[in-house]
Write a protein that binds this ligand. Structure first.
Ligand code: KIV
Ligand code: NA
Length: 272
């Protein structure tokens, strides 16, 4: 059995073969993604994808811990990172440490992820100095939807220097990698060249040190909306719709259950 990469192994992948990352929220999808990925993120996107929430704001610590535990049961070789939910780390480094420690203790995660650049750098430093590896997340940070005013591209024009400063701050604070979400490709490339930690792109650039997508987006399971960057590699939502419609037809026509799905009066002869 290959052991899961440690944050130091991820750091060493800077500039090498791109890191393959996906989200997972349940044991079966952890089992499906594990053989192919370096990092599995239990993202707070679970709130929108599996709990019907309108944004990630309503996601709780209990939800992240429960999904983290489910994913951990399905992983054999990938590193698991768990998102810190909105409100669980912003108040103080101490609050962040308390909640990050709970996530690691109760899920076995090797690291946590939190959103924010310059503002969160002191918290990232506090955690990493106290044995909690941190993946940072800058650019479009979905927990900031209410202050960003929508899921817009970040770092265009005047804003470019702000995102570059965020990248430099989280790297200096000790993050072992950073997610760059929805920033211009040229900025993602510039950040990737400028900082010593792996950049993991989502709506960023093929030049990043790794890529991540939401599993339900890339499988075509989440179809409420489709971000431009969310390439669909399958249409499992359509397959599921067809299967469920077929079942409904067969129940109404009594084609299901058929002889092979029902039981006779006598037990079958025991096999010799
Ligand atoms: O919650 C999530 O799925 C994420 C990734 C898209 C980076 O934060
Ligand atoms: Na997230």
């Amino acid at each position: 059995k290959k052991t899961a990469p440690m944050p130091s192994d991820i750091l060493a992948r800077k500039g090498g073969t791109p890191l393959v990352c996906l989200t997972a929220y349940t044991t079966p999808f952890a089992q499906l993604t594990d053989p192919h990925c370096d990092i599995i993120l239990v993202g707070d996107s679970v709130g929108m994808v599996h709990h019907g929430l309108p944004s990630t704001i309503g996601v709780t610590m209990d939800m992240m811990v429960m999904h983290g535990q489910a994913v951990a049961r399905g992983l054999k070789q990938a590193m698991m990172v768990v998102d810190m939910p909105f409100g669980s780390y912003e108040e103080s480094p101490e609050q962040a440490l308390r909640n990050a420690a709970r996530i690691m203790r109760e899920t076995g995660a090797g690291a946590v992820k939190l959103e924010g650049g310059v503002t969160m750098a002191p918290t990232i430093e506090f955690l990493t100095n106290r044995s909690i590896p941190v993946m940072a997340h800058i650019g479009l940070t979905p927990q900031a939807i209410n202050t960003l005013g929508g899921y817009k591209v970040q770092g265009r024009g005047e804003d470019r220097e702000r995102i570059m400063a965020d990248a430099e701050a989280v790297a200096k604070a000790g993050a072992f990698s950073v997610v760059l979400e929805k920033v211009p490709a040229s900025l993602a490339d510039e950040i990737t060249a400028a900082i010593p930690i792996p950049t993991i792109g989502i709506g960023a650039s093929a030049g990043c040190d790794g890529q991540i997508l939401v599993i339900d987006d890339m499988l075509g399971l989440f179809t409420a909306f489709k971000p431009k960057f969310a390439k669909r590699y399958a249409t499992l939502g359509d397959d599921a719709d067809k299967a469920i419609a077929d079942y409904a037809d067969e129940v109404r026509s009594r084609a299901f259950p058929a002889a092979e799905h029902v039981f006779g009066d006598k037990a079958p002869e025991p096999k010799k």
